[in-house]
Design a protein around this ligand. Structure first.
Ligand code: ZN
Length: 440
């Protein structure tokens, strides 16, 4: 275990008093923050000191919904005519791509996406994985990538009946138990489900039985497109949240992703079950979907988070997309600015702190040492009133100079010195081109 001191930073602590500390220092021992403030640099004897050079310093960002396996989709055009709707996009692109992944592809696609996340200032990722041709053991490949880079991960496997009934149930159960036995706070697990539209009653019953007995929470797409709503109604005569309730899926550790078509009744049920809702605005826009009622969700008291949904590993751009999306949708230039920033910085933290046992998301004593230093020395006043403006208009375009994850310096000068980045990229190009050929 080594110690680290960060000096000369403009600290945005996001702590309980929302402190902003000019010329502040942070002392880290092992993977924990021990001290934050204006103490003299020689207060502690440390193995290493990083001078932030007056730059803003803040907690590492959290991605509340990602698909690391989507990495090799970059630039890929699926065979056949372009998808005309959400269902065709799943069938023509995503289900062909994930079906073609082998265990090596799973590892390398996760590795590259996690490296990109670290470079974009993200230190914790909640992932949703699918690789039907190599489902058994696939989460170990994703875990290996997290271990190699050094970020924290919450993993699950998306169960669906689209290839063979109940595919992925065993992998979820195995990996949840593995995490419990390993007792390693870097990795944690949930029970993953694709969406009601691809899950029959028998499979859902088994998932509910096993998932609830393991008490890890569920991670599932819900009401992303109208087809999920109409299919559930046609097949089962139930609205989405009612059907989830039939199987005791909602709860304080369960993440429902998207909720684009959730109405007031669903939002009340999310609130009354203390469930979590994560939206991914760029993904919704990319699929040409309706706009999620984010502000209504917040008004109903729902804990709303934000993720990238495989679109990229860059999070501040998602908060930007969210508020711009809401303003366009409502034709109202007064809404959603502070809400989208709160969602990114406070609600994603709340979501993580329900799933991981080490508290994170603040520069405060006892918190996990996940810290980022962007290349960003403020040129207008920085304080509680102005920070969100800096976040969305400045930090969203800033390079992250340093990323500290779990007390280790992962990114230095925008690079990952402990990884052979060129060799990894070359390997990925080769793996992606072979993968694409298998699909064509
Ligand atoms: Zn997703």
């Amino acid at each position: 275990m080594s110690s680290l001191l960060i000096t000369n930073g403009y600290l945005v602590t996001l702590d309980e008093n929302d402190r902003f500390i000019e010329n502040g220092s942070i002392y880290i021992d092992g993977n924990q923050i021990i001290d934050v403030g204006n103490f003299a640099p020689d207060t502690y004897r440390v193995d290493r000191t990083i001078d932030a050079g007056g730059s803003l310093v803040m907690p590492g960002l959290i991605n509340a919904h990602h698909h690391l396996y989507s990495t090799f989709a970059r630039g890929f055009t699926p065979p056949g005519p372009p998808a005309r709707n959400f269902e065709e996009n799943l069938k023509n692109l995503w289900w062909k791509l994930d079906n073609a992944l082998d265990a090596d592809d799973v590892y390398y696609s996760a590795l590259l996406a996690i490296m990109n996340a670290a470079r974009a200032g993200c230190t914790t990722i909640i992932d949703h994985h699918a690789s039907p041709s190599c489902s058994d053991g696939s989460l170990d490949q994703v875990e290996r990538a997290f271990k190699d880079v050094g970020l924290s991960g919450c993993l699950c496997y998306e169960v669906s009946d689209r290839n063979r009934p109940g595919e992925g149930i065993d992998e979820n159960a195995r990996y949840i138990r593995k995490c419990r036995d390993a007792n390693d706070p870097q990795m944690t697990a949930m029970f993953g489900l694709h969406a009601l539209m691809t899950l029959g009653t028998r499979t859902l019953d088994r998932c509910a039985d096993i998932g609830n007995s393991l008490d890890a929470g569920f991670h599932v797409h819900a009401a992303e497109d109208e087809i999920d709503v109409s299919t559930t109604m046609e097949r089962y005569g139930r609205r989405i949240m009612d059907r989830f309730l039939d199987f005791a899926i909602p709860g304080p550790k369960t993440i429902f992703v998207h909720g684009v078509h959730f109405g007031p009744r669903e939002l009340d049920l999310l609130r009354s079950t203390d469930s979590l809702l994560v939206n991914a605005p760029e993904s919704n826009m990319n699929n040409g979907l309706s706009v999620a009622p984010i502000l209504d969700m917040l008004k109903h008291g729902v804990t709303v988070g934000v993720g990238t949904d495989g679109m990229s590993s860059h999070l501040i751009s998602q908060a930007r997309a969210m508020y711009l999306h809401q303003r366009t949708y409502r034709r109202d230039p007064t809404v959603a600015f502070s809400e989208s920033c709160d969602i990114l910085l406070k609600n994603n933290r709340e979501i993580c702190n329900r799933l991981f046992r080490e508290p994170r998301g603040m520069l405060a004593t006892g918190y996990l040492a996940d810290i980022i230093i962007p290349d960003y020395v403020p040129f207008t006043p920085l304080n509680a009133e102005t920070f969100y403006g800096h976040l969305l208009y400045g930090l969203s375009y800033a390079r992250i100079r340093t990323t500290v994850a779990r007390g280790q310096v992962i990114v230095e000068n925008g690079l990952l010195p402990h990884m052979d980045e060129n060799a990894i990229r070359a390997e990925c190009v080769e793996k992606a081109s072979r993968l694409w050929k298998r699909i064509h």
